[in-house]
Ligand binder design. Structure first.
Ligand SMILES: Nc1nc2c(c(=O)[nH]1)N[C@H]1C(S)=C(S)[C@@H](COP(=O)(O)O)O[C@H]1N2
Ligand SMILES: [Mo]
Length: 261
């Protein structure tokens, strides 16, 4: 793996020979954090072999310290080969597919519902070709997106009159996002089943991620598992850490990017 981002790999953990764990946990050696990168992060080189609890604890500490320097995290180190960068606030995310994926719609709705991937695929699909812009400055132009309009899902569940906002949760069990109901009903906000002309890959948040066309990338929650209608906007993960709740490209977070739509 070539590291193309401008970030220096972090230095090795400060650990004595005796404390140094013995092998890399299996989930850390698979995608997206490749074995060589993990070893590189550990400063051990390809010959080094390490694993165990201590490594996980160290990586967790390392990730949170990286996130303080660069709010969107470690993943700046990991190009995905299509100009997107891989972002995750956790080290590993379960892999889900048509056999076990579920999207739960709950909260202030008349008909709480849990949808499977085949059910989502059977709904009317909307195609968009729009840019993806991360608030840290990178942008991918003219990305093809395909999926179910969030508005259609909200209508299917029947939002109660006291519903004002939508809260999104993810099966990484960590990330959250939010939109006002009005934002959520826009035509360029979809629950995406495809991006870049193929089913959303695991690294991009598959099998199902949110895509919020007019807003910075942090709104586009990956590994989407829950859509909850709430009475007020609740801050998402990064919004609790300083990002604007309204993430309009070019009009928020002090940036002057050209809006994409
Ligand atoms: N669950 C989850 N969704 C997430 C993130 C994350 O860390 N976890 N990062 C966000 C940010 S800041 C960006 S820019 C995009 C990155 O999408 P990509 O990893 O497909 O490039 O995902 C967004 N959605
Ligand atoms: Mo981002």
């Amino acid at each position: 793996m070539t590291i193309t981002a401008g970030t220096e790999p972090p230095e090795a953990p400060e650990q004595s020979e005796a404390e140094r764990p013995e092998a890399v946990p299996a989930e850390l050696t698979g995608a997206p954090v490749g074995r060589r990168l993990v070893l590189g992060l550990l400063g051990l080189g390809a010959a080094g072999v390490v694993t165990g609890r201590a490594i996980q604890d160290w990586l967790a500490r390392r990730l949170s310290s990286l996130q303080q320097n660069d709010p969107t995290g470690l993943s700046d180190l990991l190009p995905l080969g299509n100009n997107f960068r891989y972002y995750s606030i956790v080290g590993s995310v379960p892999v889900k597919d048509a056999s076990n994926y579920e999207l739960k719609i709950s909260g202030l709705v008349d008909n709480p519902v849990t949808l499977t991937l085949p059910q989502l695929r059977a709904m009317m699909q909307t195609d968009l070709t729009l840019d993806f812009q991360c608030v840290t400055g990178w942008r991918v132009l003219d990305v093809p997106w395909r999926g179910v309009k969030l508005a259609d899902l909200l209508d299917a569940a029947g939002v109660k009159t006291e519903g004002r906002a939508v809260r999104f949760t993810c099966f990484d069990d960590a990330y959250t996002e939010s939109l006002t109901l009005q934002q959520a009903r826009r035509d360029d906000v979809i629950v995406a089943l495809e991006m870049l002309g193929e089913p959303v890959t695991h690294d991009h948040g598959g099998p199902v991620r949110l895509y919020v066309g007019p807003m910075y990338g942090y709104k586009s929650a990956k590994w989407l598992s829950g859509i909850e209608i709430t009475g007020e906007v609740k801050r998402g993960y990064w919004e609790g850490r300083g990002y604007d709740i309204d993430a309009w490209v070019g009009e928020s977070n002090g940036r002057n990017d050209v809006p994409t739509s």
